[in-house]
Design a protein around this ligand. Sequence first.
Ligand SMILES: [Zn+2]
Ligand SMILES: [Zn+2]
Length: 224
Amino acid sequence: MEISIYPIPMGLDTIYVVRGESVILIDGGDPHAIERLKEGVEKACIKPEEIRLIILTHGHWDHIGSAKDIKDWSGAKVMLHQRDMHLLDDAYPSQPPGFTLWGKIIFAFLKLYSPYIHIPKFDVDIVAGDEDISLTDYGIAGKVVYTPGHSWGSVSVVLDSGEAFVGDLAMNMLPMRLNPGLPIFGDDIIVVKKSWQKLLDMGAKTFYPAHGKSFSVKKLPDER
Ligand SMILES: [Zn+2]
Ligand SMILES: [Zn+2]
């Protein structure tokens, strides 16, 4: 099964478009950024109706911001893990606390900014649990895997060929980090490291973070 991957920058983060026999999106991007996605999808010669599933790696605002617009445009179903469902009901988008000093500084800044962020409401069609979910029904050789730590409901998408779309389980972009590594904020750093190990044990070869470029797992720091 031939797989193509198209990273589409949405502003703060990236949506990964994965094409097998059908098309899935990983994450819903920044709010009000759908035009960027449309442009990227058009360049990849993909029709909106080919997109069948939007897998939200977690419920933070920068990953769900355009989910409603993308759903309305494509008709795709939306998947989110049950433990992040509550984030959709928060009055203001929430941000997890910093793991590092720099993470704490960015956390403080984003907390000031968050009342001004508006996320259009949308329905989740598939509520994921802790068990793996196969993507073969979507013509993609891979699965959705529960990888908590950055948030309690974080998931990754792991292809049989070794690509792992990890959301914010790793970061590789300024202003977060200078190099590939652990997220600078999240709910539990020990659990993040366990989730990294889970992905490595499954045979993940390349991490595709939502913030920053993909990198070989050989570049993962020893801090784990
Ligand atoms: Zn996040
Ligand atoms: Zn993020």
